[in-house]
Write a protein that binds this ligand. Structure first.
Ligand code: 5GP
Ligand code: MG
Length: 186
């Protein structure tokens, strides 16, 4: 396959096949827990878009879906700590059982903010599903109900995760070469 992005990847952490197998396990677990609850998936844009598409198909249960846009990064590699809603929910979540779908749980700032926000809007329950979890960098006391993979403290891209809105379309998850962001942050 042709790619002009591969040259910026230091190493592959999870292959397409490994991701697919793990996402299916996560979908099965969600089915067992939620199939009789008509849950509402709430995807956190933009990072969730590929994971969410695969996860809802892996879960094969009657459910609905929604998106919320949140931003705590200013196109860099570190969280600013201040979370902004860039696109709000479009439906009423009062009394609903929510499954939040996030690409990566890092400092915890984003999901700590979002969980509080969703409960304040009247959600009955808020479950958090994250594809990746980087527990070494946590600043807020928040844990995922389901985490796909525990990752080391390295900046990863692919399968929806970006650097400066690029690399989201890489089909696997890889570590970005530090030169790529160092050359932009000088
Ligand atoms: P937190 O608020 O938990 O620090 O960060 C959550 C958000 O930071 C994620 O939704 C993701 O957009 C971004 N993020 C954190 N770590 C990484 C990483 O290693 N790679 C990429 N591409 N984004 C990350
Ligand atoms: Mg994100």
């Amino acid at each position: 396959m042709k790619s002009n992005m591969e040259q910026d990847i230091l190493k592959v952490l999870y292959t397409e096949e490994e991701i697919k197998a793990r996402v299916q396990e996560m979908g099965d677990a969600l089915y067992d827990q939620f199939h009789d609850k008509n849950p509402l998936f709430v995807g956190v844009l933009n990072g969730c878009f590929i994971f969410m598409a695969d996860l809802v198909r892996a879960s094969q249960m009657k459910s609905q879906l929604e998106f919320i846009g949140l931003s705590s990064y200013q196109n860099g590699v570190k969280s600013s700590g201040v979370v902004q809603i860039t696109r709000d929910l479009q439906s009423d979540i009062h009394g609903r059982n929510l499954i939040v779908v996030e690409d990566i749980l890092d400092s915890g700032n984003t999901l700590a903010f979002l969980k509080k926000y969703l409960l304040a809007k009247g959600a009955a329950t808020v479950n958090i599903v994250t594809l990746l979890d980087k527990p070494s960098r946590r600043e807020k006391a928040i844990t995922a109900d389901i985490a796909g993979f525990i990752v080391p403290d390295e900046f990863v891209v692919g399968y929806g995760l970006d650097y400066g809105q690029q690399y989201r379309n890489i089909p696997y998850i890889g570590v970005l070469k530090p030169q790529v962001y160092e050359r932009n942050e000088e």
